[in-house]
Write a protein that binds this ligand. Structure first.
Ligand SMILES: [Zn+2]
Length: 199
């Protein structure tokens, strides 16, 4: 019985691990890259290697960057008294796209989830506390999604830093329930940000 050569089988196996890509789509993709468009396959391999090698986390906010500090942390025109806490690096892009937030960010790289075995110690909380001490922000916006974990994390942060005189706000309801930031449309996200309420 004919099967794909070993190298292609390995490629299909790895591609099918990507989110929302089943084995059929992975096979089609591998076939396209290795046979139909070898130039694209080679360039993709190069870009992937380059992106993996160059991308790291910003020393200050944990966003993705190629230098020690990301461009937002380096930008002196940003309001350093306004700190927005998000779950993952991609959430920064969702908020930046709106063009209305001019403060700084802090990426947690996850959410508190006892069900999934994620403790606050697995997230960037130590770094967050350090950052808050350093910046002494006037407002901390907790911009985690309206999921069970997003809400739990927001409450946890609020209880941890509640003793500070900093104003702590949370995105307004109206975000689709069970919705993560990256799936919210721009108008919904803008309304949630502008209508944020004190926790
Ligand atoms: Zn940064």
């Amino acid at each position: 019985m004919y099967d794909y050569p070993i190298a292609i089988r390995k490629l299909i196996r790895e591609l099918s691990k990507l989110p929302s890509l089943g084995e059929r789509s992975a096979t089609r993709l591998a076939y396209h890259l290795v046979y139909r468009d070898k130039g694209l396959g080679l360039s993709l391999a190069d870009h992937l290697t380059e992106a993996m090698a160059k991308t790291r986390l910003c020393k200050s906010c944990n966003a993705l960057t190629e230098s020690e500090l990301c461009s937002i942390c380096q930008d002196s025109s940003r309001n350093r008294k306004l700190l927005c806490i998000v779950e993952k690096p991609i959430d920064i892009f969702s908020i930046e796209r709106l063009g209305i937030f001019k403060g700084l960010y802090h990426v947690l790289h996850g959410l508190w989830s006892p069900m999934k075995g994620v403790d606050p110690s697995d997230l960037k909380f130590t770094e967050l506390n350090k950052r808050i001490l350093e910046l002494q922000p006037e407002e901390i916006i907790i911009a985690t999604g309206s999921t069970l974990e997003g809400d739990a994390t927001a409450l946890f942060i609020a209880s941890e830093i509640g003793h500070l005189s900093t104003k702590i706000t949370r995105l307004a309801q109206g975000m689709p329930k069970g919705g993560e930031l990256e799936y919210a449309d721009e108008i919904t996200l803008q309304r949630a940000l502008e209508g944020r309420s004190v926790l």
